[in-house]
Ligand binder design. Sequence first.
Ligand code: HEC
Length: 493
Amino acid sequence: MDFPMFHLDWLNDRFLIAIIAILHVFINHGLAVGFIPYIVWLERKGVKMASSNQITDTQWDDIVYRKMKIAFIITTSIGAMTGVGIWFSAALISPTSIGSLIRVFYWAWFIEWLVFVTEVVLILIYFLTWKSSNKSLKSKLRHINFGWFLAIFSWITMAIIVAILGFMMDPGNWNTDQNLLNGFTNPIYLPQLLFRTPVAMLVAGIFGMLLTSIMVSRKHQHRESLLRHAGQWVLTMIPFAVLGAIYYWKVMPAAMKANMSTAVGTIEFAQYYDLLRYFIIGACSTALVVGILAVVKASKIKTVYVFVACLGVFGFLGIFERVREFIRKPYIIGGYMYSNLLRVEDYPLYQRDGILKYATYSAIETITEENKLIAGKEVFMNTCSRCHTTQGVNGITQVFERMYGINKPFEANAMKVYIQNMHSARTYMPPFPGNEEELDALVAYIKNLQITGETLEGVQGSGIAISPHNNAKKVAESRMPSNSTQAPSLSQK
Ligand code: HEC
């Protein structure tokens, strides 16, 4: 409404964010937040294992260095790019909510930036000075200390972002008293942080074990010991991850839990929800079994076992992110802004006057018989397109056909009744924000989509249309004291 609507009809907008975000979380948790402390821990072991005439066990140290090299290359390339990419894609698709988050978390974001830059500098120092620090015990120990610093800073970047993620799920008392501190102390923050931290360590341990089993030959003297260490690390983290998960589950509002079965798949897959639960339990048990095997009998570890466990824990992390994204629906910021980017408190105004009247980027303000389809398209863009495409993933024609039968012409009245009640029918959808005429236009547009198979272009392709009544000149005029065309506020009814 206040921003032009970017839209990817062939992909589904949320999907774009999801692909980038999930890839980023894999790298951030598995190769930075969890991995750095794991590597530093191993580096320190190398020093402890060294014979008296050595600074560190050079063979051991070399393997740990090579693991770090992989993490270094991936985190500073794909990791950093996807990290920035999340904000790029989210700001394109969801500019209003990002705008709100920036207002609340302005200083947090600024600090995040400083912490992130520090993290990048530390990772450069840590990796690039590794070999030269092996010259004396003093510089090796300093190097290890750098590593711990790096570990702390990469954890802090996550700790700040998790505050924002928790906030989006449930802002807590911020909805009544809007300040940064209340944003930070949202009820989901701590549980989610206490869940993510050990899960990141767990994923990193399994991934580290996978690297060992791939990189280090069976004959190598340190292979079994490295596997055993990874196993110890994994087994240490599992209980914390389980406790974190229980705590997290406990604070989750009931409405979110109710969304869970659709969240893991779609409506069609809701019946497989139980299967997915078993997948999660299976993934965690596989990690447990591989961890125990590595500790008890490392010689029996095969790359395939670790690979399966690795797929399992990464799959688990991916599902967790997808579910987290979904279950906060119908809100993008709990209780404050719906996923269609409209604020809850503005709804009564929209439902009375229609949304197009207040949209900056809409070609149409008053609906007539002639412009009905274009108006319907604008209404769809502003109220449905953040979650639905026209014909593709979660396509609007396809969800209506699922309800009313494939290839049967849609019946306008039934659709209207449904849309007016869509929030009660499916609580994860926001209520319809528009007025009667807009509902009419929307239905006409969707019926037309069914017949023509048309798709919908976002502003990146179609160009921008600015409402003739909401452009800068008109708005400035309406602010003049003598002017009476000002948008009526509800209290003046
Ligand atoms: C917050 C995201 C969101 C918004 C906004 C949204 N929907 Fe949905 N809608 C969904 C999801 C998710 C589904 C379930 C899809 C699935 O699992 O297959 C759905 C399903 C539907 C269904 C099928 C329901 C059923 O019971 O099978 C219809 C019809 C529908 N949406 C219409 C609309 C219309 C019309 C709009 C705009 C006025 C809209 N939706 C806005 C997320 C949304």
